[in-house]
Design a protein around this ligand. Structure first.
Ligand code: AP5
Ligand code: MG
Length: 189
């Protein structure tokens, strides 16, 4: 399966991707984690990305699509993967579509997690990542509404969208995801 998770900051993309990747035994690819790792290594990519991350702004499309295109070429993606945090703009989504079309490996489903802003702010305030400061969180939420939220309609138009309520315990949210994924696996078989 090739799955994309979209949703606002703090909604649980990472938490749920982790669980789903264990359940389906496929890779979990978080572009946020890839960028934080690159910064940890002080690579050119990491240093460039950090300028944007620290402001709660998106890293430019060309940088992100190159990064993901290179990653998807590795053999460990052949059995499927979960993309967490990519695509995040229409430009990224279109580039991904072109890439996957060329390889004849279309997406299986797009899982869109949602929760209200108060809940997101509360979760991020309790975590303490470097970009979880209130003024940065505000920018991340704004980038989400302006640049990423339009992907919901984009993928709905492709018939790939599955909306998932992101509130409740992580177990409750995962149960909803598992139901959907099991249903898709059943239909595919
Ligand atoms: P990224 O790392 O993707 O951050 P994000 O999207 O802002 O989201 P988070 O990772 O904070 O939240 P999440 O949805 O994964 O939730 P989580 O499971 O952690 O991106 C960081 C930055 O990198 C971006 O701002 C951008 O600059 C750059 N970037 C990355 N990808 C990019 C791209 N494609 N294009 C351009 N720029 C890009 O949960 C959050 C917290 O809530 C945790 O503490 C968790 O334990 C808790 N929690 C989770 N589920 C629940 C629950 N059900 N109930 C209570 N608490 C919960
Ligand atoms: Mg995350």
């Amino acid at each position: 399966m090739r799955i994309v998770f979209i949703g606002p900051p703090g909604v649980g993309k990472g938490t749920q991707s982790e669980r789903l990747s264990e359940y389906l035994r496929i890779l979990h690819l978080s572009t946020g984690e890839m960028l934080r790792q690159a910064y940890h290594e002080q690579s050119d990519l990491g240093l460039l990305a950090q300028e944007h991350i620290a402001q709660g702004r998106l890293v430019p499309d060309a940088v992100m699509t190159d990064l993901v295109a290179q990653r998807l070429e590795l053999g460990d993606c052949r059995r499927g993967y979960i993309l967490d945090g990519f695509p995040r703009t229409l430009g990224q989504a279109e580039t991904l579509d072109n890439l996957l079309r060329l390889r004849d490996t279309p997406l299986t489903a797009v899982l869109a997690l949602d929760a209200n802003t108060d809940e997101l702010v509360r979760r991020l305030a309790g975590r303490g990542r470097a970009d979880d400061k209130p003024e940065i969180v505000r920018n991340r939420l704004e980038e989400y509404s302006r640049q990423t939220a339009p992907l919901v309609d984009y993928y709905r138009g492709q018939g790939l969208l599955q909306m998932i309520v992101g509130t409740g315990t992580p177990e409750e949210v995962f149960a909803r995801i598992k139901d959907i994924v099991d249903q898709i696996a059943h239909t595919d078989a």
